[in-house]
Design a protein around this ligand. Sequence first.
Ligand SMILES: Cc1cc2nc3c(=O)[nH]c(=O)nc-3n(C[C@H](O)[C@H](O)[C@H](O)COP(=O)(O)O)c2cc1C
Length: 371
Amino acid sequence: MSLLYRTILRPAVFLQDSEKAHSRILSILSSISSSRFSLSMLGALYRSPELPVKLFNLDFPNPIGVAAGMDKNGSAVPSWQSIGYGFCEIGGVTFHEQPGNPKPRMFRATKDKALINRMGFNNIGAHALQEKLQFWKDRGLWPDSPVGINLGKSKVTPLEDAPSDYAGSIKILWKDADFFVINVSSPNTPGLRDLQESRNLESIIKRCCEINKECSKEGKSTEKPLLVKIAPELDDGFLEDIVKLVNEYHLSGIVATNTTIDRPETKHSSSQRIFSEVGGLSGAPLKAKSTDMIRKVYKLTNGKIPIVGVGGILTADDAWEKITAGASILQLYTGIVFEGPSIAKNIVKGLNKRLKSEGFESISDAVGINA
Ligand SMILES: Cc1cc2nc3c(=O)[nH]c(=O)nc-3n(C[C@H](O)[C@H](O)[C@H](O)COP(=O)(O)O)c2cc1C
């Protein structure tokens, strides 16, 4: 962590309510995103060294991405690459615009480097997101690195109509995304995790695949990679069913994992208070659980289905652990909050060193070696 962030910026940011601080930082990044000069200044400070990965037929300048939830409305798309990220996942977006749950709904457990959130997919909706993404494209500010879109179900849509809700968002956003993530694992939309159950998930995947095919025909282009994002507490039977569906429908990968509804032991009384809040927990206490899930998925699929690893990555060692457990690329959310803007660059630097010291030529050579 940079000294400046640790000693001055972080204490100032942490004096504010966590959602307010997040919104303020995003609006700063949004302003920076509109100016090529500001983007290049940001890049001079934070851009990561090269560590290319090819996956889903896409070129990732490095394997560290911004996780879903960080930039729900595509407000800062051009800036993520300048702050060192090799890709970003925008959203979760829902077909209908929605306000999310009542505030407060995001809480910091600073001593445990963890967050609890029950945002409930607050977002501007698929149409408005499309306009925002078009805005960046029209100004020539679209990044060179891949941009994924995370899809959630609108709260007003009944569970049985979930397939058309997800597919509707894909149709609107199809030409703007390099890949889509079907998120059925957020704990904050009533009943959403029930969609991980095989029959429910199959109808969603089927409809998303159909719309993907239709859009690719219309756009005279190849189909977009579709991935599914899973919860860390998914039981073995459900996981096996999901892997079967991923194989049957030729999905491109699995994102593991979302936040957890479990609460770890903590010796810090300030964290105990935060951990009693309802919602999904992310950050350091999620790390081992999410790595275990990555390892499980890797073994179950014999390493044949790419895994996007996410959950509690704060350092290059955490990132290495996830890669060697089976993840091909990685994402961060809570680490960005606690470690600041240099986290991506520091992790990429650390991974480069680790590859050299372990005698590997590329990240893909290290994927799953400790699975
Ligand atoms: C405030 C907040 C909002 C989130 N929103 C979403 C979301 O909309 N869709 C999603 O799939 N995951 C969402 N996530 C989960 C993250 O993408 C990630 O899977 C999780 O936080 C674990 O990673 P981390 O420990 O690096 O934060 C959210 C997480 C946080 C903290």
